[in-house]
Every structure is written in structure tokens, then in C-alpha cells.
Write a protein of this length. Sequence first.
Length: 732
Amino acid sequence: MTHETSVVIFIAQIVTLLIGGRLAGELMQRVGQPPVIGQILVGVLLGPSVFGALAPAAWQALFPANLEQKAMLDAVAQLGILLLLLMTGMETDLSVFRDARRPAVSVSLCGIVLPFLCGIGLGAMLPDSMLPSPAKRAITALFLGTALAISSVKIVALVVRDLGFVRRTVGQVIIASAILDDTIGWLIVSVIFGLALRGTIEPAAVAGSVLGTVAFLTLSLTVGRRLVVNLMRWANDSLRTEMAPISVILVIAGALALLTSAIGVHLVLGAFVAGVLVGQSPMLSERTTAQLRGLIVGLFMPVFFAVAGLSTDFAALARPELLKLTALLIVLASAGKFLGAFLGGRIGGLTLAESFAVGCGMNARGSTEVIVASIGLSMGALNQRLYSAIVAMAVITTMAMPPMLRQALKGLPMSGAERERLAREELEARGFLGRLERLLVAVDASGSGQLASRLAGLVAGVRRIPTTVLHLDEEPAQSPADKAPAERTTTAARAGAAAGERAAKGAAEAAVITARSGVADASEHVVASESQKGYGLMLIGREPAYADGAFDPQIARSAARFGGAFAIAMARGEQREETAAPLRILLPVSGTHSSRQAAELAIALAQAARGSVSALYVSSEGAPTFSWRERFGYAVAPRDAARAAALHEVAEIASHYGVEVSGRIARKKQAADAILAELAAGRYDLLLMGVSPRTGERLFFGETAAAVIARARCSLLLLSGEPAMPTRVPKG
């Protein structure tokens, strides 16, 4: 066979598997089953037991038996395993595990131990004729135990999400337990692989594999975590080529996979840990995740599972001894997993109904078992018959799980605490700050620059948002001494972040503050370049900011070039110097979308700075002014119902974060007069206004904002959730 012919056959194989896997996956999803089941079944249909039996000549032409041709397809499948484990690690949400750690630990451990022991017992009793090699009985038994014990976090999470239980307590326990299952499972597989390479199980070999794995995990979760964050930051901030972060992630996964192979454990552990580290990096954007996921799900996932199906000979399952073995595997896997998870749920404090649901939910293998079986087959720990039985067990238990879990979750009662938590999470999911992935701060060394840096740091610290401080020098830095202004603004941002982190008790990750200086030449072009990197909000702080009734043209151009939500900080009074004192914030509210966004930002700042918020609603209708503070126990006139609702919304958001809020409806013909009067009557550090850019030849937020900017004596922060108008910004 010529090289060109071999390549043509390889492309035909890939196209066939992609088409079949995609169509079958679509069909499975439409009937309430995971798409991976369809992809495996397509491989079975295209394999020797169906296509090979019905049209042997055509099957041989598409899937020839020569080793070189098989190696090409196998290489894609092996790369698919690594990428699937990378994606699984990236989708491992450790925050879910932290929220449900007690029941998750007991469910996972009990749910692993019982079926694992069942699998080992089965392996010990198998006749020699069923084994790939009687000398490897112990290794085969360990693989059988692992295949029966692990749940597939991808399948479990998909089904729980489809049923709408992903944020329910029982759903979190199921997903967190599956995460722990997957993690423990890949550790077990890696250790077994090391033992299989040595051929026998010896105490010294077991100790070496375990110690090597522990050392790898320790270094990865300490030094490796910081290294991954720095590499991701460098890729985001320095590389300009298309999809550069994707390349960096793939290099990290490949390097860790090679490292685990070097210490004698399987490549999959390195890929999985790489995914966990990348997924927990604050520099990972949703856009990068979507791009990488598209590559894996679109190409490697359907090809790998279809290839796994190709290796499955379902015709062999018709033999009585293998059919009995497959049935026994299914019974042991299902009963062992259900009983173990149910017992673990009861030990972890779940109710009978919740424990029953958890037992049903954990009984899905799917992708994980297929990967485990593929590894066992490739290293000789499993033969073709055992491999086919394990794949059949994985398919059947996975298909049985969704209807069982759906029935178990039907009518499951919700506690008051759970209902309150879900309401808070829904509120945050709809919010402006909850969708921010990265924060950009464009500042100079002025008081306004330091104020913007400090406020950005407070938000970054309390909400764990990675932030880049872009110092806009008048001249590029010529020497180390010229960097002092940039250091002051960066210090202000990091001090604010530290304060925010202290206020956000129990947060697991520190905010990442990156500083860059000496970029003032054509600063708006630098901002335009940065805007392509996934920033959701830009804070601008430079002077002069506002003079003769207009914003500085460079501020206007920077806002327009950014093309997204932005805020302009102007330091006045006490806030011209950095201070650690609590912030007293005045927040004009109107019930509009921009007003709500400003309220979220004000509450985040008050939470981080241990300050307070005063919400002011201005009405031009003549009626008595009234105030409220923290609680609502008064009657509201019908004409004031909408105004009170706007104030109440601010208080509702603040109540979830322990922020003190007071509210007031003020009667003035001009809103600016009411705001300025309130500023004069109270002692405020910051006025935070939600604004919207007006169409025109300059950056303009309306008459009310203009009057307040011109006359206010305290510092201001103007937040626009809408981009500035790029075509209206003056060029001079």
C-alpha cells in the first residue's frame, strides 16, 4: 500500500467516524441519552460484529488489517484520550466539591470501595481461559475493580444538568462525588499502569508508584499551580497570534503527561491534572474554554469513542460464558455502586430519598470506563473478550442511569436553606459582576489613577476577578526609576485586592493583579489591543479627566476603542490619597439597567472596603420625603411603589453580602440638585452613578451627570454598561 493510499484511507476513516458519531450522538441526545453512547454504538456498528459481518469486503477496504494503517487511527484515539482527560480536568469545578465535601467524600469512598472489591473478587475467580495471561491475574483483577468502581463525571454532570438539579444540594453531592471518583480513579489507573510495566505486584513497586504519584501531585498543586497561572497570564498579555492560549494549554497538558510517563505512571494522570490546574486558573476565559472544547468535542471525542466501539466485538458476547460474565459485571457494578453510594449518603447526613437519588446518579460509567478499558487493552491487562464485556457494561449502566435518576429526583423536597441559597445564586448569575472574567485598569500616576487602581483592586479581591493594571505614562519608561509612578498605582490595586480578599471570607483563590507600564504612546490603540483578550470592564483613571464641560479626548478615545463596559474615576477630596478607611458610597438609583449595574458595583466596593451604601431615588413629584434603613416595615403610597421597588432591589442584593444599605426618596425638580444636596448633607467618600453614553461628537452622559461632575466635591465613579460611540469620538 502506497503512502498516498494510506492517507486517503485514513481520511475516509475519520470522515466516516465523524459523520456516524455526530448523527448517532444527536439521536441519543434527542431520546434523553448521553451522546457518547451513540458514538460508541456507531463504532460497534462499523466494527467486525456488524459491518464486518454484513459486508466483509467493504469493511476490509475501509478498515484494513495492516498494522501501519491501524497505527494512524490509534494515534488519533490516544491523543483523544489525553484531550478528553484535559477537558475533564478543566470542567472539574472544585468549588462544588468544597460546598458538599462531607457527603461527597463518604459517597465517593463507599461508592468506590464496595464495587472495587467486587471487581477484584471477580478477577480472582475467573478461569485462566478468560484471562489475557494467568501470570497477570492480579493486574487484570485490579483493572476490573477500577472499571466497576469509577463513575463518569462527564456523564453524571450532563444528566444532572439536563434534569435541572445542578445547583440543588443533591445534584451538587452527585457531581462532587463523581469529581472525587474520577480523581481517585485516575490515580488508581496510574498506579496500576506502573505495576503492569513491572509485570508483578511487589511491595517496593507499589510503594514506588504511590510515592511517585504523591510527589507529582504535591509539586503540581503547589509549584505547578503558580507556574500555570504565570504561563496563562503571559499567553494572554504577551502573545498576539490567533488562539495562542490554546497552544499554551496543549503544551502544558503534553508536558505534564510526559512527566507522569517519566515517573512510571500513565499519561492520563498528567493530562487530567493539567486540566484541573488550567481550569482553576483565573486567567482562563470562557472564550478560550469554548474554543478548546470545540476542537475536542468536534473532532477527538467522536473519533475516540467510535474507535473504542470498533474494538468491541459484540458478536462474541453471544457466547454463553462471555454473556454470563457480562451480566455478572453489570449486576456487580450496579449493585455495588448503588449500595456503596447509598450507604455513603446516609453516613454523610443525607436523607433516605437523597441517598437513593445519589445511588442512582452515581451508577453511570460511560466515557471513563471506556478509557480505562482501552488503557487495559493496550497494555495487555485485558483481552478482547474482557474489553468487550466492560464496554457493554459501561453502555448499559449509562443508559439506565438517566431514567432512574429522573424518577428518584421527582418530587424531592427542597429545604428552606436550599431555597435561599438557590435564590442568591440565581441573583448572582443574572448580575453584571458575575459575568466579568477579567478587569482592565487604564491609569496614570495621578490621584484619579490611584483611586481607579484601588477601586479595581477592591472589586478584584472580593470577587476574585483577574485584573491587569495598564499604566499610561506620558513617556515610555527609560530607566528603573521611571517606574515609580506605575508602582504606586499597582500597589494601590494590590492593597485594594488584599482588603477585598479579607472581606470575602472563605474564598479559595487570591486575585491575580498584573501590571504593565510605559505604554502611553497611542494609549487608545493599546486599549483596543487589550480589549480582544476577554476583559468585561475597563476602569479609567487619569488627569485631567474633565474640563470645560467635556471629558479629556484621550479618555473618550480609550473608552470608544475598548468597545465594552467602562467606568471613569475622578478623585476629589479625601480620596485623592490612598486610604484604607471604609468607603461611604452614595448611589443614585432609578430602576434602570444601568442603575442596577452601578448598584452591584457599589455593593461589591462596600463589601470589600467594609463600608456602606446610601441609595437615593430622585422624584420630581411633590410628596413628603421618606427614608428607610435596612428593613421594610412601613406602608408605601401607590405613587411611590415603583420608586420603593428600585430601592428595595438594592437592599435585596446587599443582603446577600452583609452590606449596610440605607434608602431615601428625595423630591427635587432637578435630579442633579437632589444628588448634590445629599452629598452636602452627608459625609460621602464616593459618588457612584450608572450612566449611558449619548450619541454625539463627544463623550457625554446627559445633563444630570454633567452637572454633578462639575459641582461634586467628593470622588466620583461613573459606570457605563454600554460601550462608548466609536464613530462619534473626535480624532484630535
